[in-house]
Design a protein around this ligand. Structure first.
Ligand SMILES: [Zn+2]
Length: 42
């Protein structure tokens, strides 16, 4: 699942073309995974 960087809506299972179906924004990002990872804020 991706998240639109413009409208903030969830974009689910995009295909070979990553674009927001709501606002046609191209910059999508993956929200933080619910998996506990060691992230150093250095
Ligand atoms: Zn959007």
């Amino acid at each position: 699942m991706y998240k639109c960087g413009n409208c903030g809506k969830d974009v689910e299972e995009v295909t070979n073309f990553v674009r927001c179906p709501f606002c046609a924004w191209r910059i999508l990002y993956k929200p933080p995974l619910p998996v506990a990872r060691n992230v150093k804020t250095d």
